[in-house]
Ligand binder design. Structure first.
Ligand SMILES: N[C@@H](CCC(=O)N[C@@H](CS)C(=O)NCC(=O)O)C(=O)O
Length: 331
């Protein structure tokens, strides 16, 4: 029985005591394939740790599992994450470090639909109550939250050969930091709001829709210009600057962004997606996302109903833009 069904069966006065469903409950349905929890699914515990063989997933059915209630690893990096654009930043770098240096890590799925990220044990690690977060058990259980800080912490400590980062005193280090700051202050928050108002919000106010999708397009224009004549965002090679952006760009379609407008970004995305560790990072913790640009394109191709709905969304987006005289401009 699903939580939703259970909710419906409860008397109303009890139901109102339960936490409200967040918008993520519509936007990020729980992938069943790897939602394991150590408290209820001991046979599958091995799948938490990328250092051990992955057990076969449980049957795809209505499995309700208790959420993590604390840390499970004793050594190495423990990642607490979910399959969202910010969540993938940490898992991609961890997969790259594993491929490059053999550095293993453990992860737990923090289901943000269930508000596990607001539990006291979690906010002791990540005070903002959001994923991703890591704990370094080899450094006195040191906790790190915020994608940029996680990427830089892991790079400083565990990328001694600078395969995905740059020496702290180099100009490239500063350049990478600038683009990562831009992702944190600009692309992430704006695209997040575009997602919310255009796609998942309970209301879709036309002003907010064109404002946030428009601002996201403007930011994609900046990235497209940066990538003109460049293979990667900084220093001619794949680095934390690319990783910071990948999760968002890989879900651009969902946010109403037409990738055809940004050919340099599209080519860069394809280039990054060729990397096996990037593919693996995108599959942590719940398997490949059904909301990636590629997955959505495939779903539209296969399903005329979905195609029709997508066309309607696009029509609505264009109406919102027209209503407020939006014209694409970047910068
Ligand atoms: N700036 C943060 C943003 C983290 C963030 O917004 N995480 C979202 C998922 S993409 C989250 O945990 N949402 C749950 C919530 O809002 O309660 C980062 O890059 O790590």
């Amino acid at each position: 029985m699903s939580v939703t069904t259970l909710r419906c069966l409860l008397p109303r006065h009890i139901r109102t005591l339960l936490p409200a469903r967040s918008y993520y409950s519509q936007s990020f349905p729980i992938p069943h394939t790897r939602q394991f929890n150590h408290t209820t699914a001991l046979p599958y515990r091995a799948s938490y740790s990328t250092s051990r063989p992955t057990s076969p997933p449980p049957p795809k059915q209505d499995i309700e599992m208790a959420e993590p209630t604390g840390l499970i690893a004793k050594s190495g990096i423990e990642l607490l994450t979910f399959g969202t654009p910010n969540g993938f930043k940490a898992s991609i770098l961890l997969e790259e470090l594993k491929a490059a240096y053999g550095k293993e890590y453990t992860y737990q799925t923090i289901n943000i639909q269930k508000n596990t990220q607001k539990e006291p044990w979690f906010t002791a690690i990540s005070p903002n109550g959001r994923i991703p977060a890591i704990v370094d058990h080899d450094n006195n259980n040191f906790p790190v939250f915020e994608g940029l800080a996680i990427l830089n912490y892991l790079a400083r400590r565990y990328d001694p050969e600078h395969r995905f980062s740059f020496p702290v005193d180099s100009d490239e280090y500063s350049e990478a930091e600038q683009w990562m700051a831009w992702q944190h202050g600009g692309l992430g928050p704006m695209q997040g709001q575009a997602n919310h108002f255009f796609r998942f919000g309970q209301e879709k106010p036309p002003y907010a829709v064109q404002r946030y999708v428009g601002e996201t397009e403007r930011l994609y224009g900046i990235l497209d210009a940066r990538l003109a004549g460049r293979d990667f965002v900084v220093g001619g090679r794949f680095s934390v600057a690319d990783i910071s952006l990948l999760g968002w760009v890989n879900m651009a379609t969902l946010s109403g962004v037409d990738m055809a407008m940004f050919p340099n970004v599209q080519k860069w995305l394809d280039r990054c997606l060729e990397r096996p560790a990037v593919q693996k990072g995108f599959a942590v913790p719940g398997g490949p996302s059904q909301f990636s640009n590629a997955a959505l394109a495939k779903a539209l191709e296969a399903d005329p109903e979905k195609r029709k709905a997508a066309e309607e969304s696009l029509r609505f987006l264009n109406e919102c833009k027209e209503k407020y005289g939006y014209k694409y401009a970047s910068p």
